[in-house]
Design a protein around this ligand. Structure first.
Ligand SMILES: [Zn+2]
Length: 92
């Protein structure tokens, strides 16, 4: 059985990367060394296919991040979010 790889993204540095699929969902980021568990798989298959996918994902990642930031600024007030966060902590 050939080795299976998947494309995952580091929550800390937001870099897409190829990792071999393991039984345990734990992995360590190749860029920043952050240990984490697999949350979302962006692609799965042979190593070569995954590497191509990672290349295209990382090329568009900057654009996606910028768009997300713009959306957040225009659609919600950061002060309101902070207030809601503190309420959650108060209740907990
Ligand atoms: Zn990382």
């Amino acid at each position: 059985m050939p080795q299976e790889f998947h494309v995952i993204r580091c929550f800390a540095c937001l870099v897409f990367q190829v990792h071999q699929v393991k039984k345990k969902p734990k992995w360590q980021c190749k860029m920043c060394g952050e240990k984490q568990s697999v949350r979302k798989v962006y692609g799965k298959g042979a190593g070569k296919d995954c590497r191509l996918l990672v290349q295209s994902l990382n090329m568009t990642a900057g654009q996606i991040t910028d768009e997300d930031a713009n959306c957040q600024l225009s659609s919600s007030d950061p002060l309101v979010e902070e207030k809601e966060m503190s309420q959650v902590f108060m209740e907990a």
